[in-house]
Design a protein around this ligand. Structure first.
Ligand SMILES: Nc1ncnc2c1ncn2[C@@H]1O[C@H](COP(=O)(O)OP(=O)(O)O)[C@@H](O)[C@H]1O
Ligand SMILES: [Mg+2]
Length: 293
């Protein structure tokens, strides 16, 4: 479980460039959940998540992993880095070894694991991201497609066997198919028991996958809740420079014309079911003021 208590971070304090990036954020991300963090550019998303594995230190406040203050004097930073895996924005830019296998083994090797153990972790990580060991391990990462490179970068983090995976805008710059595949991979990892924290500016990605959404605005936690509750507040989101998913907008437009749609019709499947149910009793809609026309 990741918890922050009144967490604040100011870059370059005391200088003319002083910038309060996050302000007094208190939140809890329970074990095993799929959480999303959304917010406009510059709202503090990257700064916030970099605290979750101790990459940067709070200016004030605390970060607790399973109840332990990770910046406390007795904290085991190494254990934290292993249990909370971080996939940076454009993680493929950090691939550097001559083969995919060596790149993925880099972290486990640094842990001092044996050659055999490193190898088995490479196999496991590649298979988890859907790449075949035989085809990919000996290849140069720089010969791969963009989507494959990103998978290799994710595999490098998975090779540390983290229980929590944090990803900063992992679908940025990907084509629709690559996005879907990567998000499906996150879903699969989540179902295998991993806690996922997804930073995204895509409302669609968040609506379809996350169970809990945190909305940042100007460094503060502005909203938090289940996606259905968050995406029911289109006006508040717009005021924060965000939008609702297309399907949520459609739901709100149809509702304003008197068509009865359930709260959860903000993703494709519930909307499809709701429309099919309305279609099946369309006679009755017609009688109730002609909404179906
Ligand atoms: N290394 C840095 N030095 C100074 N200011 C920074 C640095 N990184 C981010 N900031 C500032 O902190 C604020 C939050 O940035 P960031 O956490 O990157 O937001 P987001 O990820 O939501 O776009 C922005 O105003 C940004 O300009
Ligand atoms: Mg960012």
């Amino acid at each position: 479980m990741i918890e922050t208590r009144e967490l604040s971070h100011t870059y370059q304090p005391g200088s003319p460039f002083e910038s309060a990036a996050i302000r007094s954020i208190s939140l809890t991300i329970p074990d095993g959940t799929f959480a999303a963090i959304i917010g406009a550019t510059g709202s503090g998303k990257t700064t916030l998540i970099q605290h979750f594995n101790g990459l940067i230190k709070p200016t004030s406040g605390q970060v607790l992993i399973d109840g332990n203050d990770i910046n406390g004097s007795h904290a085991d930073k190494r254990a934290v880095r292993c249990s909370v895996g971080m996939v940076f924005q454009y993680p493929e830019h950090q691939l550097f070894e001559e083969t995919v296998g060596k790149d993925i083994a880099f972290g486990p090797k640094n842990l001092g694991l044996s050659e055999a153990e490193c190898n088995s972790r490479v196999r496991e990580a590649l298979s988890r991201v859907g790449l075949e060991y035989e085809t990919f391990a000996a290849r140069s990462p720089f010969e791969l497609s963009g989507g494959q490179m990103r998978r290799v970068a994710v595999a490098g983090v998975l090779a540390m066997r983290p229980s929590t995976l944090i990803l900063d805008e992992p679908t940025a710059g990907m084509d629709p198919r690559g996005r879907r595949e990567l998000l499906d991979l996150l879903d699969a990892l989540h179902h295998q028991g991993a806690t996922i924290v997804l930073v995204s500016h895509s409302m669609e990605d968040v609506a379809n996958r996350a169970r809990h959404v945190f909305v940042l605005s100007k460094g503060a936690l502005a909203m938090e809740g289940a996606p259905g509750d968050i995406f029911a507040q289109a006006d508040s989101l717009r005021a924060l420079g965000l939008d609702v998913p297309d399907i949520a907008r459609l739901r709100d437009q149809l509702r304003s014309r008197g068509i009865d749609l359930p709260e959860d019709a903000y993703t494709h499947e519930p909307m499809r079911r709701a429309l099919a149910a309305l279609w099946n009793k369309r006679g009755r809609i017609g009688e109730n003021g002609g909404a179906a026309t």
